[in-house]
Design a protein around this ligand. Structure first.
Ligand code: GBH
Length: 481
């Protein structure tokens, strides 16, 4: 009897293959050409906040290496490149006239990408708020949303129709919940009332920013927002565990999806957070401003979590000091250990969660196309004697997740592309340079770039547009890039 291998997965012809980065994580040059300080400069220089005291002062020195980095993207065969614009390069203090040198940097990058046949996908905000705006209240201050709209209009006017897709925000959950909830990210000041005000002002800024971009470029300007929607799996089908899952879905996901895509906050959140705020920062007309039609929903996906209702009744003393957390008002919910393998971040590997998420979104928003704007993994890369990183673990992670994307597409989900995180090793926020997500290795002393095995595998995947039926155990040796 002969066995025929399944042919593997062929992706749609127009499916965009790319890779992603973010300004503070790769650029360096933090005090050059008029760039002002951001909250991440301040945070990374505060003792105890970032591993090893690392900062983005040099990062991958991308600011000085654009020609060679774009050439590298071309060698990898990328069809799109997702990067972010550093607000403090454009407006050093977050308001006032544009800094021509900052605009010139991104304009040159966009031109070089287009010359190389690579579509630019621009994120306007990937966490580097100008410090001056933080001093005036940061995202907890309503005015920051208006400042963002001004900034968005400036960038839209400068880069114009050369941009393939605009993204207002990368993971506003992180800005609000990690910045003001757990304190793991800048500004690092746990305060649930300010966190929830920040949620609303980030939503407002998204709406005003999207309107500003369309005000400059017309309604044809393609606009998206990127969320790290969290896939909470209930530990059982009991009503209590399902309610626990819903409570976390609301505080992590629905506070963004609701207003942005449906025009309303989920009612439950007002009760579950009443101890912290009365939500009076929502003004008349805000929800109409926030609820703008989007062309694409961006999704960053890494892992899943398992949740349950606590067995013991939980009594919360309203006068007790706030215990830093990202799950405001969810003291009665507990996280359970996820089984299975983990990446170097300690995050579990669960590619089926991505298929489930894509299909849930497809059922709920059938007309809204999705793009995977980040997916990837940190592993303990070793440089082999031949000078290359044989990162079979990363390739396997990418393979499984692309297979999960393919499964969702086959079941009807409209997924337009995949931006791998990340193009190159970089400043991994609170982990500094101790974690590596790149398909290109960066030697953080010499800045030398070396394509890893996963990068060569990705190049072949892009070339063929086909995910093989099985992951080759030997990941494309020879053929150095
Ligand atoms: C993204 O955020 C960022 O956009 C990017 O800049 C960053 O470099 C990249 O990911 C890698 O970190 O509760 O232990 O199960 C990732 C946001 C939020 C994803 C927390 C994982 C749950 C971890 N992350 N989340 S856990």
């Amino acid at each position: 009897m002969s066995y025929t291998r399944p042919p593997g997965r062929r992706f749609p012809r127009e499916f965009l293959w790319g890779a992603a980065t973010a300004a503070y994580q790769i650029e360096g040059a933090v005090a050059e050409d008029g760039r002002g300080p951001s909250i991440w400069d301040t945070f990374s220089r505060t003792a105890g906040k970032v591993a090893n005291g690392d900062t983005g002062d040099v990062a991958a020195d991308h600011y000085h290496r654009v020609p060679q980095d774009v050439a590298l993207m071309g060698d990898l065969g990328l069809q799109a490149y997702r990067f972010s614009v550093a607000w403090p390069r454009i407006q050093a203090t977050g308001s006032g006239p544009a800094n021509p040198a900052g605009l010139a940097f991104y304009s040159d990058l966009v031109d070089r990408l287009l010359t190389a046949g690579i579509k630019p996908i621009v994120t306007l905000y990937h966490w580097d708020l100008p410090q001056t705006l933080q001093d005036a209240g940061g995202w907890a201050a309503r005015d920051t949303a208006h400042r963002f709209a001004d900034y968005a209009a400036i960038v839209a006017a400068a880069l114009g129709d050369r941009v393939h897709l605009w993204t207002t925000f990368n993971e506003p959950w992180c800005s609000a919940h990690l910045g003001y909830g757990s304190g793991e990210h800048a500004p690092g000041t746990p305060d649930p009332a300010r966190a929830l005000a920040s949620v609303h002002h980030l939503n407002l800024a998204h709406g005003l920013g999207a309107r500003a971009v369309r005000g400059v470029l017309g309604d044809v300007a393609p606009i998206s927002v990127t969320y790290n929607l969290q896939v909470h799996q209930a530990a059982s089908a009991s009503p209590a565990d399902l309610a626990a899952k819903r409570k976390l879905d609301v505080i992590a996901n629905e506070v963004f999806l609701g207003p942005v895509l449906e025009g309303a906050y989920p009612e439950e959140v007002f009760a579950s957070t009443a101890r912290f705020t009365d939500w009076s920062f929502i003004h008349d007309g805000d929800l109409a401003d926030i609820h703008v039609p989007l062309d694409v929903l961006g999704l960053n996906y890494y892992n899943t979590s398992r949740v349950a209702a606590r067995r013991e009744p939980v009594v919360v003393d309203p006068r007790a000091p706030f215990v830093p957390t990202t799950a405001f008002g969810c003291e009665d919910v507990e996280w359970l250990e996820q089984p299975g393998p983990r990446t170097e971040m300690g995050w579990n590997i669960d590619s089926r969660g991505l298929t489930d998420l894509l299909l849930d979104l497809h059922r709920r928003f059938p007309d809204l196309p999705v793009m995977i704007t980040e997916n990837g993994a940190a592993f303990d890369d070793r440089v082999a004697p031949d000078g290359v990183v044989h990162d079979a673990d990363r390739t396997a992670y990418l393979y499984d997740h692309l297979d999960a994307v393919g499964a969702a597409i086959d079941a009807g989900a409209d997924v337009r592309g995949y931006m791998l995180w990340s193009l190159m090793d970089n400043f991994e926020w609170a982990w500094g340079y101790t974690r590596r997500f790149g398909i290109v290795r960066v030697d953080h002393d010499t800045q030398v770039r070396t394509v890893k095995d996963s990068g060569r595998w990705y190049r072949e995947l892009i070339r063929s547009g086909r995910l093989p039926a099985v992951l080759p155990t030997e990941v494309l040796p020879a053929a150095p890039i």
